[in-house]
Ligand binder design. Structure first.
Ligand SMILES: C[S@@+](CC[C@H](N)C(=O)[O-])C[C@H]1O[C@@H](n2cnc3c(N)ncnc32)[C@H](O)[C@@H]1O
Length: 244
């Protein structure tokens, strides 16, 4: 089976979250992912990731798992924030390859990168103090199963921080929608070699549960102190919670 997503890939199939199509799509844009992410979000992506780490709270000496690690932007920051051990899991090998090279360049050779499905992370139960997931929950087949998996790997008292795109407040909703639905796919089409990936982005945000429902999913999985904080007028939300 090939992992390449042809330019005319069926968006409907991608939106059904067929794992090999999703990982193939990310692999096909891996080399351009960081640059395009910054360009398309006008640099907000890095700001949100930094806020995610702050929202997680102190992690000095903690064992931390970064799910849907991608090119390692959050993964590497966790080491800089003082984590004792950091594991990054992603099922797209080309995304992880870039993360691995970045870590190596920065001399962060202790990070464990694992190519695996976030819904079945090869990580022992109750072995982590904290779990992060940035822009990953929207892509998994079953967000509730992903949150249950996070609950499984956390120690009692362990914390989660999930960052995900959402629909912004009324104030910016109109311009945002125009940008998201027209400008962003156009830039994606011109710059990336996979225009489907940048059509998938707005569609996947549309299909993703509202922040209230995400809070419900996290609470139902057995987490306490579930909070959602809106970033940039609600263009993204950071969800935090604690395992009892
Ligand atoms: C939008 S990228 C985000 C990457 C990174 N966290 C960041 O902040 O840039 C989403 C990543 O989630 C990964 N992903 C999606 N579904 C996954 C799954 N079920 N298991 C593992 N990784 C998954 C993709 O391969 C991709 O690298």
């Amino acid at each position: 089976m090939t992992n390449d997503v042809p330019a005319n890939a069926d968006l409907g199939l991608l939106l059904q979250h067929q794992p090999h199509l999703i990982s193939g799509m990310f692999d096909s844009i891996a080399a351009r992912y960081d640059g395009l992410d910054s360009l398309l979000s006008a640099g907000l992506d890095d700001h949100w990731r930094a806020e995610l780490i702050k929202e997680l709270g102190p992690i000095e000496g903690a064992d931390v798992l970064d799910l849907c690690a991608g090119t390692g932007e959050v993964t590497l920051s966790l080491v800089h924030a003082g984590a004792r051990s950091v594991t990054g899991v992603d099922f797209a090998p080309q995304m992880l390859r870039i993360a691995y090279h970045k870590a190596h360049r920065e001399g962060l050779d202790g990070i464990r990168f694992i190519c695996a499905d976030a819904l079945h992370a090869p990580v022992r139960s109750t072995s982590m103090d904290a779990v992060t997931m940035a822009f990953g929950l929207r892509n998994v087949v079953d967000p509730a199963a992903a949150v249950a998996e996070i609950h499984r790997v956390l120690r009692p008292g362990g914390r989660l921080a999930i960052l995900e795109l959402s629909h912004p407040s009324h104030v910016v909703a109109g311009p945002f929608r125009a940008y998201f639905e027209h400008v962003m796919p156009m830039i994606g089409r011109l710059v990336s070699h996979n225009p489907e990936a940048y059509r998938y982005l707005p569609e996947s945000v549309d299909a993703f549960p509202s922040p209230d429902r995400v809070v419900g999913i996290i609470a139902t999985a057995g987490f306490a102190d579930v909070r959602a904080r809106a970033f940039s007028q609600g263009v993204a939300h950071c969800y935090t919670a604690r395992k009892l």
